[in-house]
Design a protein. Structure first.
Length: 369
């Protein structure tokens, strides 16, 4: 007898849903998952090896349950790069920003509670919400994919969510959110009922705008989540973190799994933080390449959403998936996020970006001939 997923006694809210993921295809140029294209520099690789070797000597023991050294260094990085002083008590770390989000939803949401995000946005917000038994509501965006503060605040007042997600820069559109809008939505969330507001800054190091992290001052229900996957070029590390009022950090520890961050993960992250200046130098190169993609796509005749991230949303297409396939036929993999009429391309190396631009220029020529 053939058994499918729908034959299993899974929860009703998971039926008919698809797991998160992008195609993993063996093609010459892969620009679909917003990874940093630059391998870690050799001195950092050597330092990781040293730190992991040291950690390996005590792998018979559990790791530091509270990751004190790592959280202290993350706090130092945030203070140095945002100008807003945070300390150990303000920072929590987990296995990728997705686990950070999961822990926040386990703590502040769950069955009988609801979360709201402004879509299109990072689809894992909704997926993790459903996975924690949290109801999900999609809030409004303008036609240019920005958040209209008035409409969004009205939606918060109407639905009274327990958790509100604000993604800046936003994935997949690349658009950033200004501080005034965040304050407006935070105030609306607290007026409806005290609610947690999560600002997802996974791509903030690539932004033209300053981090929204200073807004946590005096706002105990505001959380800023970050990741080392993008700017630090450490997608394979799986290390995310948050900054918030110390009470929020205390609260998420109620649901964290015992010793959730391995000694190897902590050692690797600490090594990466020692090379912050070098890694952020790669970020500057990627910002320049991102801006080049925007300019070249527009010059070729495509419409492009303003981007503050390491990727660019471009269109518009009557059939985006067909265009995605035709770009793939040129050996370049971009992302079809399901946003009608649009595709997304990650900023790669200059050579990878040249290959992508050659592909989309060829498509324009084919269309005009």
């Amino acid at each position: 007898m053939t058994i499918g997923i729908d034959d299993l006694p899974i929860r009703d809210e998971l039926r008919g849903k698809s797991p998160y993921g992008a195609p993993q295809l063996d093609v010459p140029v892969r620009l679909n998952t917003n990874e940093n294209p630059y391998p870690l520099p050799e001195p950092l690789v050597e330092r990781i090896a040293e730190r992991v070797r040291e950690a390996a000597r005590t792998l018979n023991r559990y790791p530091d349950r509270d990751a004190v050294e790592l959280r202290t260094e993350l706090a130092s990085y945030l203070t140095r790069t945002t100008g807003h002083e945070v300390g150990l008590a303000n920072v929590w770390a987990a296995n990728g920003s997705n686990e950070v989000i999961q822990q926040l939803l386990q703590t502040f949401a769950g069955p009988g509670r609801i979360a709201m995000g402004f879509e299109p946005s990072y689809s894992m917000h909704g997926l993790i919400s459903r996975g924690t038994g949290t109801g999900w509501i999609s809030g409004p965006r303008r036609d240019d994919f920005r958040i209209d503060a008035v409409s969004a605040a009205q939606a918060i007042d109407r639905h009274r969510p327990d958790v509100v997600f604000i993604t800046s820069p936003n994935n997949p559109t690349g658009t950033a959110v200004d501080a005034d809008t965040v304050v407006t939505l935070y105030d609306a969330a607290q007026a409806a009922k005290p609610s947690l507001v999560i600002v997802d800054e996974a791509y903030v190091e690539f932004s033209h705008r300053a981090s929204l992290l200073p807004l946590i001052e005096g706002r105990p229900n505001l959380v800023v989540s970050r990741t080392m996957s993008k700017a630090f070029g450490a997608a394979g590390l799986r290390l995310g973190y948050l900054a918030a009022h110390p009470a929020v950090v205390d609260a998420v520890q109620l649901v964290r799994l015992p010793y959730h961050l391995s000694a190897v993960t902590q050692a690797t992250a600490l090594a990466a933080l020692e090379h912050t200046d070098t890694l952020l130098g790669y970020v500057e190169q990627l910002k320049a390449e991102r801006d080049r993609l925007v300019a070249e796509l527009r010059a070729t005749g495509y419409e492009v959403t303003e981007s503050d991230a390491n990727f660019v949303q471009f269109g518009r297409f009557e059939d985006a998936h067909t265009v995605w396939q035709r770009i793939l036929d040129h050996g370049v993999l971009v992302r079809d996020n399901g946003v009608p009429g649009w595709l997304r391309v990650t900023a790669g190396t200059p050579e990878e970006n040249d290959a992508f631009l050659d592909a989309v220029r060829a498509l324009k020529k084919e269309q005009s001939s």
